[in-house]
Unconditional design. Structure first.
Length: 384
């Protein structure tokens, strides 16, 4: 099977913060191991020489990634590679891919992977646009472009049951019949970030927590900051917050300055340390190994989180708000609705060794089926 993997890398200078690239860099070699011939079209190559590389230009903004697919380049690439399957990691680009296939005279299946959903649903079924995609009221247009992408795909892959439910509901509301196209294929865990929980000592009266998510406002960073103040004041907890972006370009800061604003506030909070892995996965592993538990993001439309999986694969219990995929995936004893409940859970993790070790083992076990080989097998089964 010849697979052309069209990867959107929104910031090629900060690959460590791009979960889509990390996903592809782990998955593509596993697909090759399973017999697929994979070409990754991306601004940067995969780390495995068996994965062919077709260089592309990184879009300068998140909106260009959705509304400027680059038809000329697509047609040229498709004619050159003659794929049997095209993977669209930017769902909104699928109609352009369909048109490019037609123009190139190539008959290939289009598989769209919904890494990101530009919407979410409340518990009462109300559709809410993601504010990250709603600058100057573009959210409705992004939603309709997403729906058009769903219609253009032959296969649609999502991370989780929550994502499947939301995608189905959004398709219904926009008049798109998904038929039997939808498949749940979770992301692989990073083999470099796996640790046997039997080797993890429990905290001894205090615990180190880590928050390793993007600090955008739409990730609920203001809510996390509120919780951080509560945890370091009322629980035997110290926190490390990851600075995943470093110095961003003026264009990106102008579009959304919230990461810099939140980082400045967190950096002045007693009991909170700002850290960076500097794009080094060994350094990142060491930062995770130095923590006792992770904290999930407060993003309402969270259909999946690689950072949560990273923590769990390292045997770190993750506490999180009872919302979205988090409520589906995280153990119920570690979910909270209020800061008071979160502080109580953190206190118990810090002081109850048996409770901690049970949840370290459960966290690790929750990622056991996410090896690259296992995920690649599910991926190929879904796109055949």
């Amino acid at each position: 099977m010849r697979v052309l993997y069209l990867l959107n890398v929104s910031n090629s200078s900060q690959l460590a913060a791009d979960s889509g690239f990390t996903f592809a860099d782990m998955l593509a070699p596993a697909l090759a191991d399973a017999g697929a011939e994979v070409t990754m079209a991306s601004p940067v190559p995969a780390g495995d020489d068996r994965v062919h590389f077709a260089p592309t230009i990184s879009p300068s903004t998140k909106y260009r990634a959705r509304f400027d697919p680059g038809m000329d380049a697509l047609v040229t690439l498709i004619r050159d590679r003659r794929p049997e399957v095209v993977v669209a990691n930017q769902i909104e680009a699928a109609p352009a891919i369909r048109a490019a296939l037609l123009e190139a005279g190539v008959d290939a299946l289009i598989a769209g992977y919904c890494h990101y959903l530009p919407f979410s649903f409340t518990d009462t079924g109300v559709l809410e646009l993601d504010p990250a995609m709603n600058d100057r009221d573009l959210g409705r247009s992004v939603l309709l472009a997403f729906a058009a992408g769903l219609a253009a795909c032959d296969r649609i892959l999502v991370h989780s049951s929550t994502a499947a439910s939301w995608t189905t509901a959004a398709a219904d509301r926009t008049g798109v019949d998904l038929g039997g196209k939808l498949h749940i294929v979770p992301a692989p865990r990073d083999t470099r970030l796996v640790r046997d929980p039997a080797d993890i000592p429990p905290p001894e009266g205090w615990a180190a927590g880590i928050y390793n998510h993007r600090l955008y406002a739409h990730y609920g960073t203001a809510r996390f900051t509120q919780l951080a103040h509560r945890l370091v004041a009322d629980a035997p907890v110290r926190l490390t917050v990851m600075d995943l972006f470093g110095t961003r370009s003026p264009e990106r800061v102008r579009l959304d300055p919230s990461p810099e604003r939140h980082l400045k506030e967190l950096a002045t909070t007693d009991g909170v340390t700002i850290a960076s892995d500097q794009g080094d996965r060994v350094r990142y592993r060491n930062l995770l190994a130095g923590a006792h538990f992770g904290i999930a993001p407060f993003r309402p439309g969270c259909p999946w989180s690689m950072s949560v999986i990273d923590c769990q694969a390292m045997g770190l219990p993750v506490i999180g708000p009872r919302t979205g995929w988090l409520a589906e995936h995280i153990d119920n004893e570690l979910l909270f609705d209020t800061d008071e409940q979160a502080a109580q859970i953190a206190h118990r993790l810090a002081t109850d060794a048996e409770f901690y070790l049970v949840h370290a083992k459960r966290a690790h076990a929750s990622t056991a089926d996410l090896t690259p080989a296992a995920v690649a097998a599910r991926y190929l089964e879904a796109i055949k």
